[in-house]
Design a protein around this ligand. Structure first.
Ligand code: F6R
Length: 251
């Protein structure tokens, strides 16, 4: 089932998202959180930090797995997703860093590292809630539009569009890694619950495709229609290409 919550602002999204994470963590202090980088979840991470500081949340036994990482890129590079997670969240809450997992951007054998990442997720007992952002082209993780999609964690080539979009964070386009390690569509769909955060007009087309209810590899996020428990937290702009009847039916 897909549930859509159209919010008035980023703070409302952050607060509802943090409510969902808090519910999972309070029900199971050893919960496994599937986390994403990018700008979409940042306000929610800020809200989780605020609630931790207020004594409302305890992450001491929580585990986490992140969706993806550039390859090759060192974890201490300030563009790595490991660095991002430490700075946006892990350094500010009481999570044990050894319980946090991000694919290894320096793995000497990336194929083996991807298989090991799948095994790690299995050994943790699976993901209780997976946080996702969405690309303007409908990508989730680094699962880009393609003729065929990978089910499991894999090494992937970044598209020219993604390299260009991400070059704003690097000194030059040439510095953007050409590859990434990413969970596959099946890894994502195996999470018990999924929360997708989308804001702004740039996401409107991708969200309209998801909400059409159809599946297409041209928009990997559309595969979320196969899942039984997806909550989309978005703003008005992100649903500006959806008709009111569709919005009302899912709200
Ligand atoms: C991040 C990730 C990406 C982003 C997506 C949206 O770990 O896997 O799929 O979620 O590119 O990025 P933002 O939120 O920056 O618009």
């Amino acid at each position: 089932m897909m549930r859509l919550i159209v919010c008035d602002n980023q703070q409302e999204i952050a607060s509802l998202g943090a409510d969902m994470i808090a519910e999972v963590v309070k029900a199971n202090p050893k919960a496994v959180l599937g986390l994403a980088t990018g700008s979409s979840p940042v306000p929610m991470y800020g809200e989780l930090v605020r609630r931790y500081r207020a004594g409302e949340l305890d992450f001491s036994t929580v585990r986490s797995v992140n969706l993806d990482e550039y390859y090759p890129l060192a974890p201490d590079n300030d563009q790595s997703y490991r660095y991002f997670m430490n700075h946006q969240l892990f350094d500010h809450i009481n999570i044990d860093k050894s319980n946090t997992n991000v694919p290894d951007g320096l793995a000497s054998d990336p194929v083996a590292a991807c298989a090991a990442y799948e095994e790690l997720i299995r050994n943790l007992g699976g993901i209780d809630i997976q946080v996702l952002g969405i690309g303007g082209n409908g990508h989730i993780g680094f699962n880009e539009p393609a003729d065929a999609l990978d089910p499991l964690t894999h090494l992937t080539d970044l598209t020219e569009d993604t390299i260009r979009a991400n070059s704003r964070f690097f000194e030059s386009e040439a510095d953007v890694p050409r590859h990434a390690l990413t969970m596959g569509i099946g890894s994502i769909l195996s999470a018990r619950r999924i929360m997708l955060i989308a804001t702004g007009e740039a996401k409107a087309k991708a969200i309209a495709t998801v909400l059409s209810g159809k599946l297409t590899t041209a928009s990997p996020a559309s595969m979320l229609n196969l899942h039984g428990d997806v909550t989309i937290l978005c703003d008005r702009a992100a649903v500006s290409l959806c008709d009111e009847a569709t919005i009302a039916a899912l709200s």
